[in-house]
Design a protein around this ligand. Structure first.
Ligand SMILES: [Zn+2]
Length: 232
């Protein structure tokens, strides 16, 4: 038995603060990180969720899903699926300054879906801006960004979260997105099932979700705590 291949259960150590999830569309939270959100909430870590697009039907579905996953705060918007532009960066900055997350989960910049890529780039820029002490009296520095996979598999993930115990909750939440599930004839459920099993095989557990870590860029005199004493 090799103990050091045991997948991690949490992204944050116990004394860390909250986790913020920023997604392009209602349902991305379940497909990319449903098990991870549910397991963190169950472990007592506050999870907040910001969705950059939506409409009344999809936002209602998202509210139901978020409740099942155990999300603390949910911020929705009414905006077309494709209307993700730089104007949204300030909303992400506001969410960071208000909820002050230790870590953020968002999309990967390497994703076939251009809206997911746009969301990832907005979030990465917002993280830098929110930590700018010249701009904000209570600037906040996010420590880690975890980029998730939705329908495009990450080729080199470096964090696997064990979602064996939270998979059923994540699937129940995914099924709240009825308007999307009905369109796709079981595709999303089957894909999420197969993907979490594949990642489980790779990380010596039944089911897992995969992420790439990306570290925020903070080079210069404009940020709080710009150095550390040791490598983490
Ligand atoms: Zn999406």
């Amino acid at each position: 038995m090799i103990n050091n291949v045991e997948p991690r259960k949490t992204m944050n150590s116990p004394d860390d603060t909250s986790l913020l999830v920023v997604i392009a569309h209602p349902d991305d939270e379940c497909l990319g990180a449903g098990g991870t959100i549910a397991s963190h909430a169950k472990q007592g870590i506050d999870v907040d969720l910001l969705c950059l697009t939506g409409n009344p039907v999809r936002n209602r579905e998202l509210e139901e899903a978020a409740k099942i996953l155990g999300v603390r705060n949910l911020l929705t918007m009414e905006r077309d699926d494709f209307a993700i532009d730089r104007g949204l960066e300030n909303r992400v900055v506001e969410a960071i300054l208000q909820w002050r997350p230790k870590s953020i989960i968002t999309h990967s910049e390497i994703d076939y879906n251009r809206n997911h890529v746009a969301c990832a780039n907005i979030v990465l820029d917002a993280i830098e801006w929110a930590s700018h002490v010249t701009q904000f009296e209570r600037a906040h520095r996010v420590d880690r960004v975890y980029q998730m996979e939705v329908n495009t598999l990450l080729s080199k993930p470096n964090v696997m979260i064990n979602v064996t115990d939270s998979y059923d909750t994540a699937l129940e939440a995914l099924r709240c997105h009825k308007s999307q599930m009905d369109k796709a004839d079981g595709y999303y459920e089957r894909f999420y099932d197969a993907r979490t099993r594949l990642r489980g095989v790779q990380s010596a557990c039944d089911r897992a979700e995969a992420f790439c870590i990306s570290l925020p860029k903070h080079a210069g005199p404009f940020y709080p705590k710009n150095c550390t004493d040791r490598l983490e």
